[in-house]
Ligand binder design. Structure first.
Ligand code: SAH
Ligand code: SF4
Length: 346
């Protein structure tokens, strides 16, 4: 590892110390740089005022700080901002800032495209292009600060943008650790959520590597194997395998999994589906996030009407399951769930 081959934004404190010691700098310089980048969000070495001039120049010349740039920012009437993130090879992904009272949630992307290709999701429509590296993933959080409103402070991060996070395991876990690092942004582990369509070996590995600390959301969308195959076409894992993996996950006490369920008219929205879902989820601690499908230009699927959504929700609640409906945010700028696309061909 050296200044020239390692983006410093994705190095953890220990790695940063090793890189700096190779250049003859003491460990506390690494702590200062880590603090500037992750705790204060300062990306310009010129403004890292407690560093010696020579080190600032080295940082500038190494050009190793953040490999992404802010592109266009589209602001919705409800304050949601969809932000283009320009990658150094000309590709682009998107990230979304979602304000909610004192909370500010950022939804980040982990891949360009997605190989899972769920039919209702815009992000997978061009297939998989490439993984983002950790510097590009954390880079989204660092550059998006330029689009904060006054006095906003990031409180939550969700890996719910473009891509399947557990298909890019190492880079996602590295970013998760950086976001929760007490010397850096110091987000609470329960507020940094990894969302997966159900990569069983990834869920298992996450349990081992992070001791169950990562907040986990599972995009289930179905209560029977047939329906699951219709909606999540690109994954082989059965619902039974996924539920087994969740049973084995070392979930800390009083925590629950989030189960995401996109309601699709005529496909997974019947009373029977709701009853099957409550049975399937019975053995694990969950809260269910119901998302009536956000329609978009690349899918023919539609959301159920409000009465159907309510009936579905009522059945789950009557079975003792906590359910929340995700508010549709940023609809007018295609920033709602499943509407992010990026420009893989550009
Ligand atoms: N690949 C991961 C994370 C990104 S998708 C996953 O699938 O979990 C984030 C969430 O948005 C998923 O639950 C996904 O199913 C949902 N989503 C995708 N398309 C949607 C749409 N058109 N309407 C509503 N939610 C959608
Ligand atoms: Fe990929 Fe998730 Fe979209 Fe499915 S919902 S295509 S897994 S990003």
């Amino acid at each position: 590892m050296s200044f020239d081959d390692t983006p410093l934004v994705s190095a953890n404190l220990e790695e940063l110390k090793a890189i700096l010691s190779q250049e003859g700098y003491p460990a506390y310089r690494a702590s200062q740089i880590f603090d500037w980048i992750h705790a204060r969000g300062e990306l310009d070495p010129e403004r890292m005022t407690n560093l010696p001039e020579a080190l600032r120049q080295t940082l500038k010349q190494s050009n190793a700080l953040v490999p992404v740039q802010l592109g266009e920012v589209h602001t919705s009437a409800d304050g949601t901002r969809k932000i283009e993130i320009l990658l150094s090879d000309g590709l682009m992904v998107e990230t979304v800032l979602i304000p909610d009272g004192k909370k500010l949630t950022q939804c980040i992307s982990s891949q360009v495209g997605c190989s899972v290709g769920c039919d209702f999701c815009r992000s997978g429509k061009f297939g998989y292009v490439r993984n983002l590296d950790a510097a590009e993933i954390i880079g989204q959080v660092l550059v998006a600060k330029q689009a904060y409103f006054e006095d906003e402070q990031l409180t939550n991060v969700v890996f719910m943008g473009i891509g399947e996070p557990l298909h890019n395991y190492d880079n996602v876990v590295r970013t998760w650790r950086l976001l929760c690092d007490p010397s850096g942004l110091n987000l609470s582990s329960r507020k940094v959520t990894i969302s997966t369509a159900g990569i069983v070996h990834g869920i298992e590995k996450l349990g081992l590597d992070l001791g169950g600390k990562a907040a986990l959301a599972i995009s289930l969308h179905a209560a029977t194997e047939d329906t699951r195959q219709k909606l999540v076409t690109g994954l082989k894992a059965s619902l039974a395998d996924i539920i087994d993996a969740l049973k084995r996950y070392p979930l800390p006490k009083r925590r629950r999994f989030t189960i995401e369920y996109v309601l699709v008219k005529g496909v997974n929205d019947s009373d029977e589906d709701a009853r099957n879902l409550s049975k399937l989820l019975n053995p694990i601690p969950v809260k269910v996030n119901l998302l009536p499908l956000n329609p978009h230009d690349l899918s023919n699927m539609a959301p159920p009407d409000d009465a159907r959504v309510e009936a579905f929700q009522r059945i789950l609640v009557n079975k003792g399951i906590s359910v929340f409906m995700r508010k549709r945010r940023g609809d007018d700028i295609n920033a709602a769930c499943g509407q992010l696309l990026g420009k893989p061909g550009k």
